[in-house]
Write a protein that binds this ligand. Structure first.
Ligand SMILES: Nc1nc2c(c(=O)[nH]1)N(C=O)[C@@H](CNc1ccc(C(=O)N[C@@H](CCC(=O)O)C(=O)O)cc1)CN2
Ligand SMILES: Nc1nc2c(ncn2[C@@H]2O[C@H](COP(=O)(O)OP(=O)(O)OP(=O)(O)O)[C@@H](O)[C@H]2O)c(=O)[nH]1
Ligand SMILES: [Mg+2]
Length: 460
């Protein structure tokens, strides 16, 4: 293993969030052979409480030398191998905020533990065989989930829903490999290989891989979500749209053009997809220094977004300013939002015909929001995600490995068709087996592990 992931030693970290809005309880987690000795040094349980695995003790955390009281707390002991990491684990359940947990962590570090790297607890769980790689990745997805559906999919992965089919496909490849190798080693004693059967088996495996690959796009949507930028002239109702959509007063709305000066963000969920909506400053030529910067930010928000909602005012029609803004964003995925249809019929607006997706709204009356969401789902072709039955979705790393496996299997088919010697069949088959093994972690390099686990948060 690499330096940053030395697999020995006792590690400690704050397992709960350290944020301004402090939680009421904070947890310091310790894993390794020194975990229980550290707990015995720092924790004092009054009365006749038993120091047993999977028990909670009540008591006080004291500085071992000065005896100074650090917190009134609960202690959870989980003895190896019945723990998250399969090592001895103890958890100090302290008062929330940052002072108690930071002081307790400091005491752990002074008494035999070192600070854990991001993902290091879960890495140990993987290295000790409690989780496979897809399950470990699912834990990161679960912690990062921004919609209930994303969390549901991650939980399914944690239950092994992804690992199971991958393992099964790998076993099938191994069985075929064994058949071929037997022919290479004991050619005379066995009935000849049936090429057709092997080709059809390989085809079936390829088809299963294709099915899994088809979930990658939705998986990506669930994990990273969509960034949607509302852009348009001043005063068309962009901020009003954000407020109506998020059912909040997040953005300032006035009847003065040039109200919004900076990008305002709101997090929503549309059909199970986490959506980050950006309300931007109205785009216009201006001499105002502050507004100028705001307009520049609107332009970059539009370029960085996955989807642009070009918003116009129905009562003003399609203006030359609208045309100018459109020219800047037309190469992006785009929906035209014709707002203020309570003031003028949308049909009177002469917008460019090449715009295929148009939604009519009167956001001050909460009209058209559902149609807008439907248009967005149509745009990302993910309407089906809404059914919360997305019980499986692969990530980019897994997709890359599946593509490798599929390519190798196609190569096997070609090799058989060309009637090349059996040795050639096995080379490509081994390639597929290796790629599938990379997904679950049977065959994995250090750098892949580094990449996966360093994305975790500290304490996980
Ligand atoms: N306080 C606390 N809450 C937590 C966690 C934790 O570590 N601490 N978790 C952590 O992220 C999650 C729960 N996940 C866990 C998964 C496995 C084991 C565990 O000890 N598994 C052992 C033994 C199970 C048993 O006793 O049968 C095992 O699988 O070998 C613990 C927590 C969420 N909540
Ligand atoms: N009648 C009507 N008025 C609306 C509608 N949407 C917004 N408005 C009004 O239009 C004015 C401007 O709304 P904002 O949401 O501040 O417009 P904006 O596009 O964010 O403007 P800037 O931030 O200046 O770029 C406000 O007085 C809103 O109440 C609508 O659907 N119908
Ligand atoms: Mg605004």
């Amino acid at each position: 293993m690499s330096e940053i992931f030395a697999t020995t030693g006792t590690i400690a970290a704050i397992a709960t969030a350290i944020v301004p809005q402090q939680g009421s309880v904070g947890i310091v987690r310790v894993s390794g052979s020194e975990a229980i000795p550290i707990a015995k040094t720092l924790f004092h349980a009054p009365g006749r409480q038993v120091w047993e695995s999977h028990r909670i003790l009540y008591g006080y955390i004291r500085h071992p030398q000065t005896r100074q009281l650090v917190d009134e707390a609960l202690l959870l002991i989980m003895q190896a191998p019945r723990s998250y990491t399969r090592e001895d684990v103890v958890e100090f359940h302290c008062h929330g905020g940052i002072m108690a947990v930071q002081q307790v962590l400091q005491l752990c570090l002074e008494n035999g533990a070192r600070l854990a790297q991001p993902g290091e607890f879960t890495l140990r769980a993987f290295l000790n065989g409690r989780l496979d790689l897809t399950q470990a990745e699912s834990i990161a997805d679960l912690v990062g989930a921004r919609s209930p559906q994303a969390a549901q999919t991650a939980l399914a992965g944690l239950q092994g829903k992804l690992a199971q089919p991958i393992r099964q496909l790998r076993t099938q490849c191994l069985d075929i490999l064994a058949e071929i190798e037997a022919r290479i080693d004991f050619e005379e004693d066995l009935p000849p290989l049936d090429d057709k059967t092997i080709i059809s088996e390989v085809e079936k495996i390829s088809a299963e891989i294709a099915k899994l690959l088809a979930t990658a796009e939705q998986g990506e949507l669930l994990r990273t979500g969509l960034k949607v930028a509302i852009v348009g002239r001043p005063n068309v109702g962009k901020s009003s749209l954000l407020n109506a959509w998020s059912r909040s007063d997040r953005a300032i709305v006035t009847d003065l053009p040039g109200t919004t000066r900076d990008v305002v963000e709101s997090q929503l969920v549309v059909g199970g997809i986490p959506v980050q909506v950006l309300d931007t400053a109205g785009i216009r030529a201006t001499e105002d220094q502050v507004e100028k910067i705001g307009v520049e930010r609107s332009r970059s928000a539009a370029q960085a977004a996955d989807l642009v909602l070009l918003t116009i005012d129905a009562s003003a029609g399609w203006t030359t300013d609208d045309q100018e803004i459109y020219a800047q964003v037309k190469h992006r995925p785009l929906i035209l939002v014709i707002n203020k249809i309570d003031l003028a019929a949308a049909e009177t607006v002469q917008y460019p015909r090449e715009i295929s997706q148009v939604v009519k709204t009167a956001v001050v009356q909460n009209q058209g929001i559902a149609a807008l969401e439907a248009a967005i789902l149509e745009q990302v072709q993910a309407g089906k995600i809404q059914a919360a039955d997305m019980d499986l979705a692969i990530n980019q790393r897994q997709a890359a490995a599946l593509v490798k496996a599929k390519t190798s299997l196609e190569q096997v088919q070609t090799t058989i068709a060309q009637q090349l010697p059996l040795d050639f069949w096995t080379i490509d088959l081994r390639g597929a087996i290796h790629a599938l093994g990379e997904i679950t972690g049977e065959e994995v390099t250090e750098s892949v592990l580094d990449r996966i686990f360093s994305r975790f948060c500290i304490g996980k």
